[in-house]
Design a protein around this ligand. Sequence first.
Ligand SMILES: Cc1ncc(COP(=O)(O)O)c(C=O)c1O
Length: 383
Amino acid sequence: MDSKLPATGTTIFAVMSSLAEECDAINLSQGFPNFNPSQKLLDLVGQYLNSGANQYAPMPGVPALRKAIAAKVQTLYGRSVDFESEITVCDGATEGLFSAIQAVVRSGDEVIVFDPAYDSYEPSVTLAGGRTIHIPLITSSDKPDFHIDWERLKDSVTNKTRLIILNFPHNPTGVILSPDDLDKLADIIRQTKTFLLSDEVYEHIVFDGAAHESLLKHDELWARTFVVSSFGKTYHATGWKVGYCVAPPALTNEFRKIHQWVCYTVITPVQHAIADYMAQTPDHYSELPDFYEQKRNHFCQLVAGSRFTLRPTNGTFFQILDYSEITDEDDVTYAKSLTREIGVASIPISVFCEQPFANHLLRFCFAKDDHILEEAAARLCQL
Ligand SMILES: Cc1ncc(COP(=O)(O)O)c(C=O)c1O
């Protein structure tokens, strides 16, 4: 058959998770916790399941949940958003990203992504008839963290640029944005009609006292932005696939035209439960960074004695390890051989890049119980 997505294979997350299972390996590849959501949240889901909240929710989402999202956005980012016309609950961030892309990208439009780029973006752009322009995040001797090459972005934005997709805190590198970055972006797109799609699924996982720079904080950028987030990462419930999109009314209107035909609405009892839980546990957002920062520090201390070199991680629950001291093998081959030979699965970074610019880097998910991280690190230290 003449495929609509000839370049698309099975996502690396499915490939590595199934190899991990086949080899009975410790799975630090796909980004999900091995622990449960809190018992309180599980009880709330059970309560709503048993009290009859089992039919279709309203298309944009349960009002109580949209109100809770609006309250959070006001408290954390100082933005007042209208739950009726600016918030849509979606089927995980994945559906939010897909629907936002379909809502604005037309045939022949260009969409800029920053490599390494989360792998759902390009196929969604292709299905909308657009062309993806890849700009690598760069490092330099004075700035070793991956960051946006502002000159290259400026040169790449043309009158064909319909959308720029950002993802900070960034999967897989763990870098975050500064307020200055938002101003630089505003300078570049001020005279254009370019929209922004900000994938902020790791918004609550930022380390070392830093703040998350949501595009919701920036008046000028917000006016043209879809902000997408996911409850999966925030509440240790990736399997529930519940996320949301916040966007100004005109953008939300177009977003919902797609959302209603992709899934119409999202699982009702879980929406009610998350709404209650958000209201009952306002401290969760301030506690989550410490929880994951301790895991990051623990994992990093454990692998510090190995032949891997650690890259800085300022957010997300991923740690990049550079294995260039160990072997010259390409990262896909090496990730698979580590899974088979020492039983630790990771994600090779090159699969998120159009050009192989970040060689010999593997991503390890540290959203795991400490004893799992300890066993994985002991195996990595043997190499
Ligand atoms: C950067 C990024 N965006 C989107 C998603 C998808 O989120 P969800 O599971 O809510 O669809 C993920 C999941 O790993 C992610 O890492």
